[in-house]
Ligand binder design. Structure first.
Ligand SMILES: Cc1ncc(COP(=O)(O)O)c(C=O)c1O
Length: 348
């Protein structure tokens, strides 16, 4: 007999994208920002004192809550700091779901949701997106305690306007969790909805637009009632003293953030146009990556050939994604190398 709970034994766990050790490779596989974070972040880290490290951090990351509230037009009480956005997903699923309280989400989407469901041992209701990645009608009728909608969605990059999600939140019985990990690259967030709707939670991360994937800092935005409940579930000190200082400096430097986001959006447009010309079908992306259907339909071949050229993108072998690659938008130079490689592979 195993020492572990059955559901833990059965789950394979989450498989993160490959992290190559060499810095020589072109890494377009985990949707990191290709540009460095704000110099003000490094300065904030350098200014951390031994005394700040000796003591436990503020348990709520109050300094960051205040900065994030200002940026998002809400109150600090509407913010919870988390150890990356993934920590907020874990906290929410622990808070809302159990054997009698299912989790629902449209698929294909971020594969961590199914892993966290297995760990929590709660029923999982996966409803396929419509062909154009519109919300499936049946999703509102699942009676799930928590429904996650990833917006912009990963891996498609497609985007739903806030009005669609507000309408959805008003129709469901449970809570709506909008995973806005990629909202920095999209037209509009659902953040202002938390003022009127008491059943909506929004995930944000500092990993993408703010170039801080290595820091591990995310946050949630929701009604004060939801935030107070999520606070009961989180680890006491789930964000550390250095991370609070660094993330606060990053979110306060909106000017630097916006310049980088615009550079990525411009490259997204250029890369999409060139991929179309090369015969790839590309979904309309509002994120920092593209989902591209390969000419000839053999995603594995393109993936393997790119690896041989030290270029890493993301590939899944599941039937709905096996003909596609997910490509993070890189710098112009990285994207040019990718395009040259794709041309070669296509003509092989
Ligand atoms: C859809 C989605 N949600 C949440 C996250 C969590 O990001 P992090 O834990 O780095 O904040 C990611 C990371 O790639 C993601 O793709």
């Amino acid at each position: 007999m195993s020492y572990f709970r059955d559901n833990i034994d059965k789950t394979a766990g989450y498989m993160p994208g490959f992290q190559p050790v060499s810095t020589e490779v072109i890494k377009l596989n985990t949707n990191e920002n290709p540009y460095p974070t704000s110099p003000k972040v490094l300065e904030a880290i350098r200014n951390v004192t031994a005394d700040q490290l000796r003591r436990y951090p503020n348990p709520m990351g109050q300094e960051f809550r205040e900065a994030a509230a200002k940026v998002n037009g809400v109150e600090p009480e509407n913010i919870i700091c988390t150890n990356g956005g993934d920590d907020l997903l874990t906290i929410a699923i622990r808070a809302f779901c159990d054997k009698n309280r299912p989790l629902a989400y449209p698929v294909p989407t971020y594969t961590l949701y199914s892993v966290l469901t297995e760990l929590q041992d709660c029923p999982m209701i996966e409803v396929p997106f419509k062909k154009d990645f519109a919300l499936p009608d049946e999703l509102k009728d699942t009676n799930a305690s928590l429904t996650i909608v990833c917006n912009p969605n990963a891996p498609s990059g497609t985007y739903l306007p806030p009005l669609v999600l507000a309408d959805f939140a008003a129709k469901i019985k449970g809570a709506l969790f909008v995973d806005e990990a990629y909202i920095d690259f999209a037209p509009q967030s659902c953040a202002s909805m938390v003022r009127e709707l008491d059943n909506i939670i929004i995930l944000r991360t500092m990993s993408k637009g703010y170039s801080l994937a290595g820091l591990r800092f995310g946050y949630g935005i929701a009604s004060t009632n939801i935030i107070e409940t999520l606070m009961k579930v989180k680890d006491s000190y789930n964000v550390d003293a250095i991370a609070i200082k660094a993330a606060t400096a990053a979110i306060l430097d909106q000017e630097y953030f916006k310049i980088n986001v615009e550079k990525i959006k411009a490259e997204r447009t250029r890369l999409t146009t060139i991929l179309h010309r090369l015969g790839f079908e590309v979904y309309d992306s509002h994120s920092n990556f593209l989902l591209a259907k390969c000419p000839g339909g053999n995603g594995q071949k393109f993936f393997d050939e790119l690896v041989k050229r030290n270029i890493f993108v993301r590939y899944w072998s599941s039937p709905d994604l096996a003909d596609k690659l997910r490509i993070t938008v890189g710098t112009p130079q990285q994207n040019d190398r990718l395009i040259e490689a794709l041309k070669e592979i296509k003509n092989k």
